[in-house]
Write a protein that binds this ligand. Structure first.
Ligand code: KIV
Ligand code: ZN
Length: 516
């Protein structure tokens, strides 16, 4: 039950910035826009869309997101440097609600070894950064990087200075995930007494010891009114606090927390699925709230209990996070466009005409081969369609040899910008032969860094989803490719070609990253 007297904890989502710092989670602009649109549906208060000065690709993504999103505040990260702040301000200038988030490290170890600056110099840089950001926007967040290992007296001194310079949110990151919940709680309670109502206190907890969510919750109990988090807990190293775990903890234990969030919890599961599908990083099966097994009951005693009364073994409802029964047969071969459109609406997506046509075409092709189409099949098709980038390379045909008794070989036809090219190649195994043949056709040699295959739903005729991570140029980061097909070999070829398309596309965006 919502109590109108409860105060609101703002949800600041940093999936597109800190989350993207997860190894292998880099996303292209179209993918970032789709995630931002979904985050808006989830009703997050603030979307940290990127770090504008990091690369041209980041700048462009933040600019596009600023044009598309009208409800959530759009924020860009910036180091405490004038050129970073200017870039951030430029990138968010079309957003309805704009925020600049600037930061500088405040721990002894960071100031001495990383910044090589005295404490007084750090304060001066922080004041200059906040004052400059204020020239562009009212809403300025200041982060004391590595606050978790910073001296309390120094934190108070710098926080006082930046509030006077105009900072409206003070973020206390446990950058290296070092703090225990009671310590984090104590820090926030001390700072809360010091800051009073002069600014909103935020926390940003990393998960190095598996305590990011616990630390965030303890901070809320002690006065934090903004939490920074990511979908599926993505983020640098062991990740950030998981949005879904914080939100569902606050909701499920409202008797303890007595705060509300603005989150539409029914969008949690679709958001988690979209982020997993785009980044290729799926939550582990036993992950709280969104893991595949989070609502599965294996033991007979538990199943019996749940059938008699769901709350015997469930503290929250799967429906609350938007998890429909994935086994529900939704559509089949005979389903028409109207039924398909209805289903898409029911699942919470809104596609433009081109996307709808493409999704329907892919649905029909699948329905020809697969008898039962589940909600997750439709979600997988939609994720593929809405994140589609220009297909310079397109798979036209794939033939494979008898891989058991001969040398595995493949013959492939690919259309390159509309012109078909065919070649054949051999490999140590069938997948190797497919990828080598694609290399021959494209004349670009890729190194496979990672290959994952999973089934979207159950059954022998389940859709196979293949995700590959490929390096095409040693001086550039690897790219991700996705492939979806009822046939694992075709899904593999599509994924590899998808990575090739991503490589071409990212090169066009000149996506060269600056590290934090
Ligand atoms: O972990 C951290 O300290 C950060 C800051 C830039 C907020 O990500
Ligand atoms: Zn961080």
């Amino acid at each position: 039950m919502k109590n109108s007297k409860n105060s609101i904890v703002k949800i600041f989502d940093t999936t597109l910035r800190d989350g993207e710092q997860s190894p292998g989670a880099s996303m292209n602009i179209e993918e970032k826009i789709q995630i931002a649109l979904q985050l808006q549906k989830l009703n997050v208060d603030i979307i940290e869309a990127g770090f504008a000065a990091a690369s041209e690709g980041d700048f462009e993504a933040i600019s596009q997101i600023s044009k598309e999103i009208d409800k959530s505040t759009i924020c860009s990260l910036a180091r405490a440097l004038p050129q970073d702040i200017k870039k951030a301000a430029l990138a968010i200038k079309s957003a309805k609600q704009q925020r600049i988030h600037t930061f500088i490290a405040t721990s002894e170890i960071h100031m001495k070894y990383k910044l090589n600056m005295s404490a007084q110099k750090v304060i001066q840089k922080a004041i200059e950064a906040v004052s400059y950001a204020k020239e562009f926007v009212d809403d300025v967040e200041f982060s004391c990087e590595d606050a978790g290992r910073s001296e309390m007296n120094f934190l108070k001194e710098i926080i006082d200075a930046v509030i006077q310079a105009g900072a409206t949110t003070i973020n206390i990151p446990d950058t290296v995930g070092y703090r225990m919940p009671h310590e984090m709680g104590y820090m926030i309670s001390e700072l809360n007494k010091f800051i009073k109502n002069r600014a909103t206190i935020s926390v940003h907890c990393h998960n190095d010891l598996g305590l990011a969510v616990a630390n965030s919750l303890e901070s809320i109990q002690n006065g934090a009114r903004q939490v920074e988090c990511t979908i599926n807990g993505l983020g640098e190293r062991a990740g950030n606090a998981a949005l879904e775990e914080i939100v569902m903890s606050l909701k499920t234990r409202s008797d303890i927390f007595q705060v509300d969030t603005n989150i539409n919890t029914k969008e949690i599961y679709p958001t988690s699925k979209l982020v997993a599908s785009i980044t290729g990083i799926s939550p582990q099966p036993n992950k709280a709230v969104v893991g595949k097994n989070a609502f599965a009951h294996e033991s007979g005693i538990h199943q019996d209990g749940v059938l008699k009364h769901t709350q015997t073994y469930e503290i929250m409802s799967a429906k609350d996070i938007g998890l429909e029964d994935a086994k529900t047969i939704v559509l089949g071969k005979l389903s028409g466009r109207a039924a398909f459109k209805d289903k898409i609406k029911f699942l919470g997506y809104s596609l433009n005409d081109d996307e709808l046509n493409l999704a329907f075409e892919r649905f029909k092709a699948l329905a020809d081969k697969k008898r039962e189409i589940f909600d997750d099949d439709i979600r997988a098709i939609i994720a593929e369609v809405i994140t589609q980038i220009p297909e310079v390379y397109k798979l036209i045909n794939l033939q494979l040899s008898d891989c058991m008794n001969g040398v595995p070989n493949s013959a492939i036809t690919i259309s390159i910008d509309g012109e078909e090219k065919t070649d054949a190649g051999i490999g140590k195994g069938t997948i190797d032969a497919i990828f080598k043949t694609i290399d021959r056709i494209s004349n670009i040699e890729g190194h496979l860094e990672d290959y994952k295959v999973s089934s979207v739903t159950k059954g022998k005729d389940a859709l196979a989803k293949v995700i590959v991570k490929v390096t095409f140029d040693d001086s550039k980061p690897p790219v991700i490719g996705h492939g979806l097909s009822i046939d694992t070999m075709i899904a593999s070829a599509k994924a590899y070609i998808g990575a090739l398309n991503s490589y071409v596309y990212i090169n066009k965006q000149k996506n060269i990253k600056v590290s934090l």
